[in-house]
Design a protein around this ligand. Structure first.
Ligand code: 5GP
Length: 185
């Protein structure tokens, strides 16, 4: 079987998607990570165009209206996040492996336009561990953490929709598993 060139990685808040993706890219720089657009404000240290394209709500809606978004969703009931279409299609046309790190609603949309993509769910070893990681990273206040845990419950309930579930218990193992699934060497 050919290796999937489009891989969608989803999973609940604080499960460690960002860390897994960073490690994967370090080992496999040929992978193209889609830089999402968002209407949320940058966190300290986040760079526009690298971590996200930080857009105003108007600019974001303009991209949707002109067909420039491959998928988009209102995440945690607050901000819009989406995948700009053009860079993904260009990379796929060049035959490069493309990774999308998006939420459940986004993954469901991508499934409709790219049924052959590989859908991977990154899961925590336990619910308690997920809560611990969210509190531990300390980037959200209590109200935002509650909102994110509510979303996480819905996401965890949908994990069987995915082709593969990878448990992020040990970082190296999770990264190796994802690389193997993507057919990277
Ligand atoms: P954060 O605000 O912590 O950076 O991201 C919040 C959530 O937004 C993450 O769970 C992530 O999966 C989701 N997300 C990030 N980029 C996109 C995107 O392009 N599309 C969709 N649908 N969700 C995204």
């Amino acid at each position: 079987m050919d290796s999937p060139t489009l891989v969608v990685l989803a999973g609940p808040t604080a499960v460690g998607k960002g860390t897994v993706v960073r490690a994967l890219l370090q080992h496999h720089p040929q992978v193209v990570l889609s830089v999402s657009a968002t209407t949320r404000a940058p966190r300290p240290g986040e760079v526009d165009g690298t971590h996200y394209h930080f857009l105003s709500p108007q600019a974001f809606d303009e991209l949707i209206a002109t067909g420039g978004m491959l998928e988009w969703a209102l995440v945690h009931g607050r901000h819009k996040y989406g995948t700009p279409r053009e860079p993904v299609e260009r990379a796929l046309n060049e035959g490069r492996p493309v990774l999308l790190e998006i939420d459940l609603a986004g993954a469901r949309q991508v499934r409709k336009s790219f049924p052959d993509a590989l859908f991977v769910f990154l899961a925590p070893p336990s619910w308690e561990e997920l809560e611990r990681r969210l509190i531990g990273r300390g980037t959200e206040d209590a109200a935002e953490r509650e909102r994110r845990l509510e979303t996480a419950k819905t996401e965890m309930a949908a994990k069987d929709e995915f082709d593969v579930i990878v448990i992020n218990d040990d970082l190296d193992q999770a990264v190796s598993k994802l690389a193997e699934l993507m057919g990277l060497s």
